[in-house]
Design a protein around this ligand. Structure first.
Ligand code: FAD
Ligand code: ZN
Length: 476
C-alpha cells in the first residue's frame, strides 16, 4: 500500500473511532510498539482503541478494506512477542488495543457468571467478583495489568489451574470481531450447549490470529471462607510429586495451588529482591508452596494436620504455615519475585514446559544433565506449577560469561530441552503460547496433520492473513 492510501485509511479510521480511538502520535504509540522486556519491537501506522464492539467491527472492516495488518494487544504482558507489531513487515500494521473496552456488562451471581469487555484488567475482574461474594479464580503474576482479552487469547494458566483449569475452562461465552469486520456473538452463559462445533474454542489460545475478542462471559465460583498457605522443604522432585498425590488424597479439590521451587530460584530472590527472606533457617534443594481453600472455616486445621502427617512420614523436612494474610502475601511474593530476580541476576533463557506430572522428576534430572553437558556452569532456575506438570525450566548465564554470547545459544539449548520434553510426551509451551518466539518449535513439534489443519483454519477464517500475521506461523 502506498503512503497516500495509508493516509486515506487513517482518515477513515479517525472518523469511525474519534481522536481518542485512533492515535498516530509517535510518543503516544511508543509504549505499545515494544514488548515489556524489550525483546520484541516493531512499527505501526496507528494505535486503534475502539470503545465498543461496534467500533471494533467498524475499525476491522476499514483495516481489511485498506489492507492494513492488525495486531491485537491487551496489557502487553505476554512473553512470546505476539502482542506487538512485527519488525519486518510486508504491510503497514495497526495495533488493535482492548484498553478502552472496559465495561462490565453483567454480573449474575445466581448463574455464577460475569460478562465483561476484553479490556478489563484481570485484577479488577477478581475484585468485582469478590464484591458479589463470588470468586474469579484466574490468577497470575501480571494480573495488575494483563487484560481479559489477552488472557483468553493466550489461554493463560497461572497458579490456580490445578483446581479451576486454565482460561479455556473458565470461558462460557465470547464476542469476537472476525477479520472481515463481522461480529460473532457467542456470548452465552450456558454450562451445557451441544449445538455443533464449539466455535468459541477456536479463538481461545489463538493469540489474536483469528479475530479480535471484544467481550466474554466467564465462570465464577463460590468464594473460600478460609484459606491456608504453607512453604515446605522436600528432598527432591520425587518427594514433591508424592506430596502432591497425598495432598490431593487428603484434601481433595481444596488444594488450589501446588508450586515447586528449586534452591537457586529462591537464592536469586533473597539476593536480589530487597527485603525478601525465607521463613526457615536451613536451606533445601527443593521447596513446595501449597495453598488450600475451603468454603468452611477449616482450611488452616486441615492443612496443618496434613503437614504434620507428612512430616511424620518423612515426606517433608521442614515447613511454615502462614499465620496471617500478610504472611501469606510474603510467601507468594517470594514465588512471584523469581522472574524479577532472574532478570536482575543476568541474562536468562526461558522454557515454559509441561509433561505428565509423574514424569517431572525424570524431566528435571535429564534436562539438567543435558544442558549442563552442553554448557558447563549454566545455572538452572527451575520452578513452576507442579500440580499441572508445568515447569519454568529457565537457564541463567554462567557466572562471568558474556550475556550476548549466552543468549545467542537460546535456540540450541531450547532444542536440547524440548527434545527431552517431546520424548516424555510433553509440550514446549504450556502456558505462554507460541507468538513469534516459538514459531519454529510449533513447526518442529506439531508438524504434519496438526499444523496443516491449524493453517487450513487460519486460511478459512482470515484469508487475507491480516489478523496478527507472523504469529504462530511464518508470514508467508
Ligand atoms: P498481550 O500481551 O497484550 O497479548 C498477548 C496475546 O494475546 C497477543 O498475541 C495478542 O495479539 C493477543 N490479544 C490480546 N488481546 C486480544 C484481544 N482482545 N483479542 C484477540 N487477541 C488478543 N501467563 C500465564 O499463562 N501464566 C502465568 O503464570 C503468567 N505469569 C506472568 C507473570 C508476569 C510477571 C508476566 C509479565 C507475565 C506472565 N504471564 C503468565 C504471561 C501473560 O501475563 C499472559 O499471557 C496474559 O494472559 C497476557 O495478557 P495481556 O492482556 O497482557 O496480553
Ligand atoms: Zn507460570
Amino acid at each position: 500500500m502506498t503512503p497516500a492510501s495509508s493516509a486515506a485509511a487513517i482518515d477513515a479510521l479517525e472518523q469511525a473511532l474519534g481522536p481518542a480511538g485512533c492515535i498516530t502520535d509517535a510518543a503516544q504509540m511508543a509504549p505499545h510498539l515494544v514488548e515489556w522486556r524489550g525483546l520484541f519491537t516493531g512499527s505501526a501506522v496507528a494505535l486503534l482503541s475502539p470503545a465498543s464492539a461496534d467500533e471494533a467491527a467498524a475499525a476491522v472492516k476499514l483495516c481489511a478494506q485498506h489492507g492494513l495488518a492488525m495486531v491485537p494487544q491487551g496489557g502487553n504482558t505476554g512473553l512470546v512477542g505476539g502482542g506487538v507489531p512485527r519488525e519486518v513487515t510486508k504491510r503497514p500494521q495497526v495495533i488493535l488495543s482492548g484498553r478502552r473496552l472496559k465495561r462490565i456488562r453483567a454480573l449474575d451471581p445466581d448463574n455464577y457468571t460475569l460478562t465483561a469487555e476484553a479490556g478489563c484488567v484481570l485484577a479488577d475482574l477478581q475484585k468485582a467478583a469478590a464484591e458479589a461474594d463470588r470468586l474469579f479464580p484466574l490468577s497470575l503474576g501480571a494480573e495488575g495489568s494483563c487484560q481479559l482479552g489477552g488472557n483468553i487469547a493466550t489461554n493463560a494458566g497461572g497458579i490456580n489451574v490445578l483446581r479451576y483449569g486454565n482460561t479455556r475452562s473458565l470461558v462460557l461465552g465470547l464476542e469476537v470481531v472476525l477479520p472481515t469486520g463481522e461480529i460473532l456473538n457467542l456470548l452465552r452463559g450456558l454450562r451445557k450447549d451441544n449445538t455443533g462445533y464449539d466455535l468459541k474454542q477456536l479463538f481461545i489460545g489463538a493469540e489474536g490470529t483469528l479475530g479480535f475478542i471484544t467481550a466474554a462471559t466467564i465462570k465464577l465460583f463460590p468464594r473460600a471462607r478460609s484459606s491456608a498457605t504453607a512453604l515446605v522443604t522436600v528432598a527432591d522432585p520425587h518427594a514433591a510429586v508424592r506430596l502432591h498425590a497425598h495432598a490431593r488424597e487428603a484434601l481433595g479439590d481444596d488444594v488450589v495451588a501446588f508450586e515447586l521451587i528449586n534452591q537457586l530460584a529462591f537464592e536469586l530472590v533473597t539476593r536480589h529482591i530487597p527485603g525478601a527472606r525465607l521463613p526457615m533457617d536451613a536451606q533445601s534443594p527443593w521447596y513446595v508452596l501449597l495453598e488450600v481453600d475451603s468454603v468452611h472455616a477449616d482450611a488452616g486445621t486441615r492443612l496443618q494436620s496434613f503437614l504434620e502427617a507428612s512430616l511424620d512420614a518423612g515426606e517433608i523436612a521442614d515447613g511454615t504455615v502462614a499465620q496471617s494474610g500478610q504472611q501469606r502475601e510474603e510467601l507468594w511474593r517470594l514465588r512471584h519475585s523469581i522472574s524479577e530476580a532472574e532478570k536482575l541476576a543476568g541474562a536468562g533463557i526461558k522454557h515454559d514446559i509441561a509433561v505428565p506430572l509423574s514424569r517431572v522428576p525424570e524431566l528435571l534430572a535429564t534436562a539438567t544433565e543435558a544442558v549442563t553437558q552442553r554448557m558447563p556452569g549454566v545455572q538452572v532456575v527451575a520452578f513452576g506449577h507442579l500440580g499441572d506438570g508445568n515447569l519454568h525450566f529457565n537457564l541463567n548465564q554462567p557466572d562471568g560469561s558474556d550475556a550476548d554470547a549466552f543468549l545467542a545459544r537460546w535456540h540450541e539449548l531450547g532444542e536440547v530441552v524440548y527434545d527431552i520434553v517431546a520424548e516424555l510426551g510433553g509440550t514446549f509451551s504450556a502456558e505462554h503460547g507460541v507468538g513469534i518466539l516459538k514459531r519454529d518449535d510449533l513447526a518442529r513439534y506439531r508438524g504434519g496433520a496438526e499444523l496443516a489443519l491449524m493453517q487450513t483454519l487460519k486460511r478459512a477464517i482470515d484469508p487475507g492473513n491480516l489478523m496478527n500475521p507472523g504469529v504462530l506461523f511464518e508470514d508467508a
